[in-house]
Write a protein that binds this ligand. Structure first.
Ligand SMILES: *Cc1c(COP(=O)(O)O)cnc(C)c1O
Length: 405
């Protein structure tokens, strides 16, 4: 092929036609009907707060009016409230490549990070001194890691997750974000987990920006511990409880730093001594937040019959198409993609660096395109393949072009 003739710049009509064709050929397009979305809005912030699944409102109303209002305390048994953390964990498990019995739902991601990191330090071989944390981590992970390290006598070492060589004989624990929240970069979970295992270190993966958007394969790759939130790509609702994964092989030795009575082997025996429950249940702490938890359970129904592989394929097609539309519509030099172009390194968002990012995002939102802004200069566009289509991507890029036009 000649490399001297530049391809003609696509025109808006071409890209709009292309979007319509891609939407028409999209097997996942009908899943949008499983959500309640406002008319006229392009929602590209599902990596911060997922959209509302259609079944949640009715379930929540029933939980409040009947389960709580009528059955009262009987609902802990009769409405299966007590076992919700494990039951919903088992519903999340296939989405992150985990067999049943290893995921427990409850508390925030921050709290689960604390359990996982101190638990990991207690699982690590004695004599190891370092807790590796990715240098660009979401702040809460870094804050919690610093405290966990202080409590367990480890030293926090910031690392670049593309450099597996930082993992060595003195590494006790490695905490990494699967997808970087700011740049959208996907880190190599299989290779980094393998490197950590080879060095004898315990891995903790934060799946906040990958679960529900791409295959994770926790069991397949031998991850030790993982945490993630459910209000992003899992659409569980604002403040929905997070989850903790404890691999089968570590469950008997996992020693939670928050051994609340819900994680006791026999909570209603009310014994003065703590005896941990078997399985992932020992990751529980106190009484679960049932209203949020059952809203999450209903939200997870949107995954019935959906494969994460198909979601990943559409996510990459959407972000490819959005990047092509941005290149065609936005005047040269006004935005710079921060998210890697290579599929192997791309999560399910596109981050664009630009001047006045806060104002630009404000303008976009005023024109019905909702993304978000991360200081100091990043526009973030999250693509949730369950409810975002190619026409949405085209309109978002076209609107961005108008703002710069
Ligand atoms: C969203 C996110 C969190 C959120 O933690 P909360 O305790 O739910 O507020 C933590 N870590 C990462 C990497 C995130 O993306």
């Amino acid at each position: 092929m000649s490399d001297t003739t530049p391809a003609p710049t696509p025109q808006p009509a071409d890209l709009a036609d292309r979007a319509a064709a891609l939407d028409a050929a999209d097997d996942l397009a009908e899943l949008r009907e499983r959500f309640t979305l406002p008319e006229g809005v392009v929602y590209l912030d599902g990596n911060s707060l997922g959209a509302l699944p259609a079944g949640v409102a009715a379930t929540t109303a029933d939980v409040v009016a009947r389960q709580w209002g009528e059955l009262l305390i009987r609902s802990w048994d009769e409405s299966d409230w007590w076992t919700a953390p494990e039951r919903i964990g088992d519903k999340i498990a296939p989405l992150i490549g985990a067999a049943a019995g290893q995921v427990v739902v409850g508390d925030s991601t921050s709290v689960n990070l604390f359990k996982a990191l101190v638990g990991a330090a207690r699982l690590a071989e004695p004599g190891r001194t370092r807790l590796l944390v990715d240098a660009a981590t979401f702040p809460t992970d870094g804050y919690i890691a610093a405290s966990a390290a202080r409590m367990t006598g480890l030293e926090v070492v910031p690392v670049d997750p593309s450099a597996a060589r930082a993992i060595g004989e003195d590494t006790a624990v490695v905490l990494l974000n699967h997808v970087d929240y700011r740049s959208g970069r996907l880190h190599d979970l299989p290779a980094l987990t393998a490197a950590a295992r080879a060095a004898g270190a315990v891995t903790v993966w934060d799946l906040c920006h990958s679960a529900g958007a791409l295959p994770v394969g926790l069991d397949e790759h031998g991850v030790d511990l993982a945490v993630g939130c459910t209000y992003k790509y899992l659409n569980g609702g604002p403040g929905a409880p997070a989850y903790l994964y404890i691999a089968d092989r570590h469950q008997a030795a996992f020693d939670s730093p928050l051994p609340g009575w819900n994680g006791h082997a026999d909570p209603f025996a009310m014994t003065p001594e703590f005896a941990p429950a078997d399985g992932a249940r020992r990751g529980r702490v106190g009484t679960p937040d049932i209203l949020s938890m059952l809203a999450l359970e209903a939200a997870l129904d949107v995954w019935d019959g959906v494969s994460v592989e198909a979601v990943r394929a559409k996510s990459l097609a959407l972000t490819d198409f959005f990047l092509a539309c941005v290149a065609a519509y936005v005047p040269r030099g006004r935005v710079e993609p921060v998210t890697p172009a290579e599929h192997a390194h791309r999560g399910s968002q596109v981050s664009l660096r630009t001047e006045n990012a806060r104002e630009v995002m404000g303008e976009l939102i005023a024109r019905g395109v909702i993304g978000d802004f991360r200081a100091p200069d990043v526009l973030r566009f999250g693509f949730t393949p369950l409810y975002v289509g190619f026409a949405d991507a085209e309109r978002a890029a076209r609107t961005l072009g108008h703002i710069f036009g």
